[in-house]
Design a protein around this ligand. Structure first.
Ligand code: FMN
Length: 162
């Protein structure tokens, strides 16, 4: 398996998840941060995994733009899709808003790796929204965002088995 793991991350949580995932895959895996680098030619890879984090219901533009532009090439490879988010109950909606249907149907693994609100690193507007999310969540009895390392392990297992 020669895998390309593409991701976008605003405050580093998704980057940490992508790194953990890389460590659990078989064969060679290359990590590319789509915010900082452009993706290499997919020709050299039999497996492509792509993911990002959800902000206001959608994944980063770099991720959705890549999926739109490279959809055909992605469909001919072993594919995995993942998201990091604070509201896993909205996962289906977030997946639908983030990845084209054809990719979602073709994916061997679709995962949600949880989320973290890293408020110490956030720009002021995001910090404010994060604090509002935490407050509203506490009021409605919704658990605060947290990492789900088990989901990364299950995702890696599904990719290896496919
Ligand atoms: C301003 C803001 C908006 C967010 N919007 C959503 C959202 O609409 N749905 C959701 O499930 N999580 C939302 N989150 C939670 C993030 O997806 C979560 O914190 C994630 O772990 C961020 O990962 P990153 O550090 O890699 O960007 C939001 C977080 C912030 C700070």
């Amino acid at each position: 398996m020669n895998t390309l793991v593409l991701y976008a991350s605003q405050y580093g949580f998704t980057a940490d998840c992508a790194l953990q995932l890389k460590g659990q895959l078989d064969g060679k895996a290359t990590l590319v941060d789509l915010v900082k680098e452009s993706a290499p030619d997919l020709a050299g890879y039999d497996t492509v995994i792509i993911g990002g984090s959800i902000y206001m219901g959608k994944v980063q533009e770099q991720v959705s733009a890549f999926c739109m532009a490279k959809q055909t090439e992605m469909l001919s490879r072993k594919l995995g899709l993942f998201l990091c988010c604070g509201l896993p109950k909205n996962l289906e909606q977030s997946l639908a808003a983030s990845f084209p249907e054809a990719l979602r149907k073709s994916a061997k693994a679709v995962g949600c790796f949880g989320g973290e609100l890293r408020t110490d690193r956030m720009k002021p507007m995001h910090k404010l929204i994060a604090k509002m999310m935490q407050k509203a969540g506490a009021k409605d009895g919704i658990e605060p965002p947290r990492a789900n390392p088990q989901a990364i392990t299950e995702f890696a297992r599904a990719m290896k088995a496919a």
